[in-house]
Design a protein. Structure first.
Length: 277
């Protein structure tokens, strides 16, 4: 049995699941039509069901919902649908945090203000499938609200989608992307050259850095040890990799396994000089 807390609009309802004792949002064409607060219903046919979380654990769900215009909640629901087409499953709990961000992004767009995201190029490489869904999300936002969001905002929406596919919070993924970005800058400075962003080797390097950080956060290590090979054949690359690993230790406040140095160096060497490895 569901008790209706709030009718968002003709296409949305905030309800209380009396059996599971939690709030849910139902979205779907006409699901809110004719409904009234406090009304109880057994089922709502044709509705998509969204479990809810807020940015802060002590926030009231109703207060958060009241602070977001219903069309932005619908937009977030549509983007989640697009993500499900690509990934089949995604955590519906990203609905309100993503809707809240989209509402703020639309407000910034109307006021001709931008929230810069210097890591958008890295996000595009690291989470290319999520970014493609976020680009479709930009079209949905334009269609439903008339607002045109920037590439940087698409990058932020990408992080919300990624959060729905992983156990990472948006803030953690953004911090990981920052560390990767700074690591890449260190490598480029060591070799005095820019790495080709459109190469497969660069994409693999970015992906390796991402999972390397994830392993370090979990206290895991790799059993692959290329250190002797690297320092015997490519000492400069080994030193660059060592510097990046030391930087990561400082940023993550956790030790990086020594085997990670050689493993990272292999990926760096493949970008810097692909014919050598």
């Amino acid at each position: 049995m569901y008790r209706i807390i709030k009718v968002l609009n003709n296409n949305g309802l905030l309800v209380y699941d009396e059996q599971k004792r939690k709030e849910l949002i139902f979205l779907g064409s006409g699901v809110g039509f004719g409904k009234k607060p406090t009304e109880k219903v057994d089922e709502i046919r044709g509705a998509r069901v969204y479990s809810l979380v807020t940015r802060q654990k002590d926030q009231s769900i109703l207060k958060v919902v009241n602070g977001i215009r219903p069309e932005f909640i619908e937009v977030a629901g549509r983007i989640i649908e697009e993500a499900e087409k690509e990934f089949h499953e995604i955590d519906h709990e990203i609905l309100l945090p993503m809707a809240d961000h989209i509402a703020l992004a639309a407000k910034r767009a109307k006021e001709n203000r931008q929230m810069p995201n210097p890591f958008t190029p890295d996000i595009r490489v690291l989470f290319s499938r999520e970014y493609t869904v976020a680009q479709k999300g930009r079209e949905i936002i334009r269609e439903m609200t008339g607002c045109e969001i920037s590439d940087d905002e698409v990058g932020f929406i990408t992080l919300h989608i990624h959060a729905g596919l992983s156990d990472e919070q948006v803030s953690v993924t953004l911090d990981t992307t920052r560390i990767i970005n700074e690591g890449i800058e260190m490598i480029e400075e060591a070799f005095g050259q820019k790495m080709p962003r459109d190469s497969l080797a660069y994409t693999r390097l970015m992906s390796h850095l991402y999972y390397m950080i994830a392993r370090t956060r979990r206290g895991e290590s790799t059993n692959v040890d290329f250190n002797d090979f690297i320092f015997s054949n490519y000492p400069k690359t080994g030193e660059a990799a060592r510097s990046v690993c030391r930087f990561m230790e400082k940023e993550l406040k956790k030790p990086v396994g020594k085997e990670e140095i050689g493993f990272l160096a292999i990926h760096i060497q493949r970008v810097i000089s692909p014919e050598t490895v």
